[in-house]
Design a protein around this ligand. Structure first.
Ligand code: PHE
Length: 494
């Protein structure tokens, strides 16, 4: 990257596509549909949308502003709010790192499924997932794709590719929805199963499920929106962008269900079951594609290519947070930073891939981490325990330490248009309502871990926080942790 060029997104559209690319991922295409079916159809969707509005959008705007106000990585950004808060920033770098360790395995699976579409994916889960060599190979292929894109920089790689891939994803998704809805028999049953409200299923647990899903789906509770926000110039309006990203993410999730359930109901209504979880995408859908005959191979190819794109633009954002930090803190070149980060994450992904395969998705994990397969263990530590905490820190950082009035002033100076009425609402939310809701999510998460006997999950999360705090206070608190400006000083070569 030339010295005169700014490091960051060149256009508002590019930024929205990149951030929506991070948000739209496996969580939308795979988790949202089955959670909706499980959580009472339209009733769940209704609660989910409220969660996106009350919790998600406020946290997203807050995280983006924390990054944008200083144009720096999460550690420097939190440090600028308070020196003592810098370790939250370090936690916000570590969480995405741990997520990459399992996200890359799932991404590798989707690549395999896409490429294998023409020979048929039905039943391959048993042979493929237990063939560790192949699982690792596909994870490496998947990560290499992400690496090539991020290596080309924020504007030249992430932004450029997201601007192409996201529209492609929506076109494929819409195509599959139209195909599914035109299948005839069973379609109305599928749509009804997916969307008919069943308010009797709306209990506290379902509401918690919706809140957790909103966080995960919008890529909140770690450094992602902060890092992407740091690459925004004053030409980017954060309020408008937040609205667009939430809209795209929710739309993708809703459409995914409309693509999946009518087809399942048409081809094999017996499979219509919201409790299938991971199996829905990797076992049931391939069966559905198979039963479609020849056209099914093509539909399968498009479907899994779309999922691969979604997963790719998500893992890019996860890697970018870690890359940005390594690059700015240690003044390493971009390509070298991403190589170091991805090799470390791939190494940890090996036991993740193997243990997932041995589970055969349903049975016993081996190797196991405290009785759980590695993916579930990592997912619980990050998703259930640490991510809500990180989101809470973001709201406390702006709501209580920096103060929302100051944040709004800063946003306005930096090109964000926010009306007085909206500013008032934001102040109340970021200070009180959103943190309280997040605390409820956190307590609910901890309670479910304790009930499931997953005490090691909680202990690991606490240990990680302690490690973050120790490293930060020992090594980072008094040293320069860098800003986006540093990228200009480091040559973009390996
Ligand atoms: N939002 C992504 C999804 O819906 C997952 C993700 C979470 C990606 C956190 C990056 C960070 O699948």
């Amino acid at each position: 990257m030339g010295n005169k060029k700014k490091v960051g997104f060149a256009s508002s559209f590019g930024f929205i596509m990149a951030a929506a690319g991070s948000a739209v991922g496996l969580g939308n295409l795979w988790a949202f549909p089955y959670k909706t079916a499980k959580g009472g159809g339209a009733a769940f969707v209704f609660v989910y949308i409220i969660c996106v509005l009350l919790l998600g959008s406020v946290t997203m705007l807050t995280e983006m502003h924390i990054g944008k106000r200083v144009h720096a990585n999460p550690v420097t950004a939190y440090k600028s709010i308070s020196r003592k808060a810098g370790w939250f920033g370090f936690l916000a770098v570590l969480i995405p790192f741990f997520i990459t360790c399992y996200y890359c395995v799932l991404g590798g699976w989707t690549v395999k499924y896409a490429l294998n579409s023409f020979s048929g994916n039905s039943g391959i889960v048993a042979t493929f997932s237990t063939n560790s060599g192949e699982v690792i190979l596909y994870s490496v292929i998947f990560v290499s794709l992400a690496l090539a894109i991020i290596g080309a920089g924020v504007e030249g790689g992430i932004e450029r590719l997201s601007k192409i891939l996201m529209p492609v994803l929506f076109v494929i998704l819409l195509g599959i929805v139209v195909y599914s809805l035109c299948l005839g028999e069973g379609v109305s049953t599928g749509v009804a199963f997916y969307l008919k409200p069943d308010f009797s299923k709306l209990d506290f647990k379902t509401i918690m499920l919706a809140m957790g899903q909103a966080f995960w789906s919008l890529s909140l509770g770690m450094g992602i929106m902060l890092t992407y926000g740091s690459y925004c110039g004053s030409d980017i309006n954060l309020v408008r962008s937040t609205g667009m990203i939430c809209l795209f993410d929710t739309l993708a999730a809703l459409l995914a269900g409309l693509a999946i359930f009518p087809a399942v109901a048409h081809f094999d209504p017996a499979l219509l079951d919201g409790s299938k979880g991971l199996a829905l995408m990797y076992i049931i859908l391939p069966q559905v594609f198979e039963s479609m005959g020849a056209i099914g191979k093509l539909v399968s190819f498009f479907f899994f290519s779309m999922v691969t794109i979604a997963a790719l633009t998500s893992i890019m954002s996860l890697y970018e947070v870690c890359t940005q930090f390594v690059l700015q803190k240690f003044h390493t070149r971009r390509k070298r930073s991403i190589t170091i980060v991805s090799i470390l994450s791939l190494l940890i992904s090996i036991p993740v891939g193997i243990s997932l395969g041995q589970v055969g998705i349903m049975e016993k994990a081996s190797p196991a981490l405290f009785g759980l397969d590695w993916l579930t263990f990592f997912d619980e530590v990050t998703n259930t325990v640490l991510m809500p905490l990180c989101a809470l820190f973001a709201c406390i950082g702006i709501g209580w330490i920096l103060k929302p009035e100051k944040a709004i002033d800063e946003m306005r100076k930096e090109g964000t248009v926010i009306s007085d009425a909206l500013a008032k609402v934001y102040k109340v939310f970021v200070k009180y309502i959103t943190p309280i809701l997040i605390i409820i999510v956190e307590i609910g998460g901890l309670k479910s871990e304790i009930e499931a006997g997953n005490i090691p999950v909680i202990i690991t999360a606490l240990a990680l926080m302690l490690i973050c705090a120790i490293i930060y206070f020992k090594f980072f608190v008094n040293t320069d942790t860098g800003t986006n400006e540093d990228e200009k000083l480091v040559k973009n070569e390996l």
